[in-house]
Structure formats: C-alpha cells, structure tokens
Design a protein around this ligand. Structure first.
Ligand code: SAM
Length: 312
C-alpha cells in the first residue's frame, strides 16, 4: 500500500488534532516533490467551501479544473488568483503527463471539478493513478458531493450504499445496467439528466419493482427539492409532467429482505420475464430476470420456457 505524504505547515490550525491541513506543504515523499490536492467545491451554493479548500487553492502553484470559466468564478468570489489549467475528459491524456512533470518538479497542484468532489462522475482518475504510480503525494480535501447530500436527505438507509453514477442514456443498455444492480443489498445512488429522468425512472420501476425512492433536485440551491415515494409513483408523477429543470440525483432503497422461509417479495417474475423476453434472447432474458428477482437461474429458465410455450 502506498503511503501518501502529509502536508504540513498550515496556519489554520485544526481542532481535531494533527490531521493534514491546507496551505503550502512540505512532502514526506521527498524534498522538492510536489503535492496533488483533490479539492471538493460547491454543488450550487458558493458558500459551501471549506476553509482548508480555500487555503489550498490560494497556495497552489496551479489549479487543474474542468472549465476555467466556472473555476474562475469561484476563485473570484473568494479573491483568489491562481493560474488555471484546463483538465477535462477530452484532454486528460495530453494534460496528465504535463501535470505529473510539474508535480515531480515540486509544484503544488490542486484539482477541482466544476462542482462537488473530483473523480465522482468527474475527471481525475487518470491523474490520481499516475501521481500514485510516480510516488507523488496525493491528499483529499473533502467537501460537497451531490451523491452524499442526496443520500442524507433521502430518508433511506445510509447504512450501506452504492454510488452508480449516470445510467446509460439508451433504454436497453440502461435496463441491463439496472439489472446488474437489482440484487445489490444496498441503497443505490444514481445521477440523471433532467430530460432523461422520466424514462429512467420508468425503467427503474420496471427493473427494481416496488421500492421506496427519492429524487433530490437542485441541492443547496434556491429551488432545492426532494420528492419521496415509490419508484412507480415517482415515475408516474415525473412522467406526467414537463421535464424537471436542474440537476438531479435519484436514490433507491435496497431490495426488501424476504422473511425466513419466504420467497423474495420483489418484482413479479412473470412480468419481469415477459418484458425481458420481448427485448432479449432467452439466455439474456433469463439472466436479467434472475438478477432482478434474485431467483435462481434454473427456476427462472424453467418459467421462461413455460411462458414461451404458452405464447406458442
Ligand atoms: N462530482 C460531482 C459531485 O461530487 O457531486 C458530480 C458531477 S456530475 C458531472 C454532475 C451530476 O451531479 C449532475 O448531473 C447531477 O446528477 C449531480 N448534481 C450535481 N450538483 C447537484 C445538485 N446541486 N443537486 C442535485 N444533483 C446534483
């Protein structure tokens, strides 16, 4: 396991004791080695930024960011002027070696995304991997993330959860993606674009069955809203109105645990199978229905054959 270097030398102090803090930092990974700081930024309300994040941004030799205009606005609000380097999914491969070179020369580089925590459905993975591989210190400055804000507001269990990012935009692929998640015994957190929310919820209702869910929209902003209900009722509500505006997180409760000796009370096997058989080969339909219902593949296969025979 690689050990990250611990930035020191902050002026802000730390009530919790001796955790790393922001500011210009020396690195344990070697004299003159730089430090990559992953800095969380607001997801709407510009006030949601930590003191340590501001200190780190102020002290950085450069700030790598998705959209320089978005980050410039945040920095201007806090009176910070630092060089910005555009780093996004389209140029990541070209920019990463340049950033690593600067870090190796001793630069302090902060990575931010347009909103929230870098790497969560945002760029940064390649840079962090390359920094780790090069023995460069990496530290994280935690802060806002839409996924966790939505989870904590959802009213659903936060004991165990799975962040699944954005579902695929096309329905067939999306249903397969959801089917893989159907039996996961955890609360699911998904990001979704507003214009796809209605069809995505309809697919979730079809694949996950009757589960409580929450739609968190425009978190930390003026029109923050959380709707809670069953997947089917939320799908009907959203499907029956104009597409909502703004940014959205969908949180879905885990599958219900069957009581001892009881069969899983989730989605109806015949309904799930009929739907899957309309779209997929027998083999894929059985795999999908088995994942959704949690029932053994052999049993699902037998029922699929019966349904096909009945249909003639
Ligand atoms: N890295 C970010 C984070 O930590 O939350 C997520 C970036 S991802 C490209 C953007 C998606 O996050 C949006 O499409 C939406 O699903 C979700 N999101 C971001 N800000 C949000 C907000 N204020 N309210 C609800 N969802 C939000």
């Amino acid at each position: 396991m690689s050990r990250r270097s611990e930035p020191r030398g902050s002026s802000s102090g730390n009530a919790q004791g001796d955790e790393p803090s922001g500011g210009r930092a020396a690195s344990k990974s070697g004299e003159g080695r730089g430090l990559l700081s992953l800095v969380a930024t607001p997801i709407g309300n510009l006030g949601d930024i930590t003191l340590r994040a501001l200190e780190t941004l102020r002290a950085a030799d450069a700030i790598a960011c998705e959209d320089t205009r978005v980050t410039a606005k945040l920095l201007a609000r806090h009176g910070i002027e630092r060089p910005l380097i555009a780093y996004h999914e389209h140029n990541a491969r070209q920019v990463e070696p340049q950033l690593i070179r600067r870090l190796e020369e001793g630069a302090q580089i902060a990575l931010v995304s347009d909103a929230g925590t870098p790497l969560l459905s945002d760029p940064g993975e390649g840079l962090v991997r390359a920094a780790i591989a090069s023995g460069i210190g990496v530290t994280a400055l935690p802060g806002p993330s839409a996924a966790l804000a939505a989870l904590s507001l959802s009213g659903l269990s936060a004991e165990r959860f799975l962040f699944a990012g954005f579902p695929p935009p096309r329905s067939g692929e999306r249903r397969r993606f959801l089917a893989e998640l159907a039996a996961v015994p955890a609360t699911l957190i998904l990001y979704e674009a507003p214009h796809r929310l209605a069809e995505s919820l309809a697919d979730m209702a079809a694949v996950f069955g009757q589960r409580p869910a929450a739609i968190a929209r425009e978190l930390t902003k003026l029109h923050e809203e959380v709707r809670r209900g069953s997947l089917a009722s939320l799908a009907a509500e959203i499907g029956g109105a104009a597409a909502p505006r703004g940014e959205i997180v969908v949180v879905v409760a885990p599958p219900q645990q069957p009581a001892a000796g009881e069969e899983a009370g989730g989605p109806d096997l015949d309904a799930v199978l009929r739907d899957a058989l309309r779209r997929l080969s027998l083999r894929d339909a059985v795999a999908e229905a088995s994942a959704i219902t949690g029932l053994p593949r052999r049993r699902v296969y037998a029922r699929a054959l019966q349904l096909q025979e009945e249909k003639g």
